[in-house]
Design a protein around this ligand. Structure first.
Ligand code: ADP
Ligand code: MG
Length: 247
């Protein structure tokens, strides 16, 4: 496989904050339809890596290629348009709009120069909202005000808002934080469904959850990759055990 076949190819990526390298000459390759989980102790650089990929933070050096297109000098909105979706730790849903409306305003054409108000709700949009709502387990909650949803349902709604844009790469930072056991289970199923036709990167601490969803696991430490591979191999790696016991 050549580097041009990957959905995402990160090479020699570096970012320094006042001389401190939060990401240090990092290489990472994500396949099509792969669900990759990134783990690592606090401060390893996991969130910073996602910030660099989505364009929230600018790289100091190195390359980030998405479907073989260089991203590093591209603005955040351009990366969204190319098909990169990023979910942050705190959900940014519209609490006073319904589930339906939250999904509707996330439909790409809804954000034209005329804004969401001038946007007509066509059958195509309605169908897409229904399909996404079903996918995220909110198919029968379309009229519910988002503010009234449970914590877990709000997280799923935000994932749904990203899915409305049909991203080819979806990145989620600690998606199950604060969720109940049942919500975690449903989230695992949701992630397994949505990686069937897109690549997904998940940052997560809960090892049981990681083992359940990961195709491959990448362990980060001090801005670098410490280990990478199937969950069982990575967990048995003395370098990995060392880093976790040391914290
Ligand atoms: P993780 O998500 O793995 O816990 P982060 O990516 O949040 O780690 O942080 C990695 C390191 O980079 C930390 O030491 C953090 O303090 C530092 N860092 C992150 N963002 C900035 C920033 N904007 N300015 C300065 N230091 C930062
Ligand atoms: Mg983090």
């Amino acid at each position: 496989m050549s580097n041009t076949d990957f959905t995402l190819a990160v090479e020699d990526l570096t970012v320094s904050f006042d001389g401190f390298k939060a990401i240090d000459a990092l290489n990472l390759y994500i396949d099509r339809d792969e669900l990759r989980v990134i783990i690592g102790p606090n401060g390893a650089g996991k969130t910073t890596l996602l910030d660099l990929i989505c364009g929230k933070t600018r790289a100091t050096g190195g390359s980030i290629k998405f479907k073989n297109e260089e991203l590093t000098r591209m603005a955040e909105y351009q990366r969204v348009r190319l098909g990169i979706g990023r979910k942050f730790q705190t959900p940014s849903i519209y609490e006073n709009l319904s589930v339906f409306q939250n999904l509707e305003v996330s439909y790409p054409e809804g954000r034209s120069v005329f804004g969401a108000l001038a946007f007509k709700c066509t059958d195509a949009v309605r169908d897409r909202v229904q399909a996404v709502a079903t996918d995220i387990g909110l198919g029968d909650r379309l009229d519910t005000e988002a503010g009234l949803l449970s914590h877990g349902q709000k997280q799923w709604l935000e994932i749904g808002m990203l899915l409305m844009q049909e991203p080819e790469l979806l990145m989620l930072d600690e998606p199950i934080a604060g969720m109940s056991a049942r919500e975690r289970e449903l989230t695992a199923e949701l992630l397994q469904r949505i990686c069937k036709n897109r690549s997904v990167i998940v940052i997560e601490h809960d090892m049981e959850f990681v083992a359940r969803i990961a195709h491959k696991v990448t362990v980060m430490h001090q801005g670098k990759i410490l280990a990478e591979g199937p969950m069982d191999k990575v967990q048995a790696d003395p370098k990995v055990i060392d880093v976790y016991l040391g914290h």
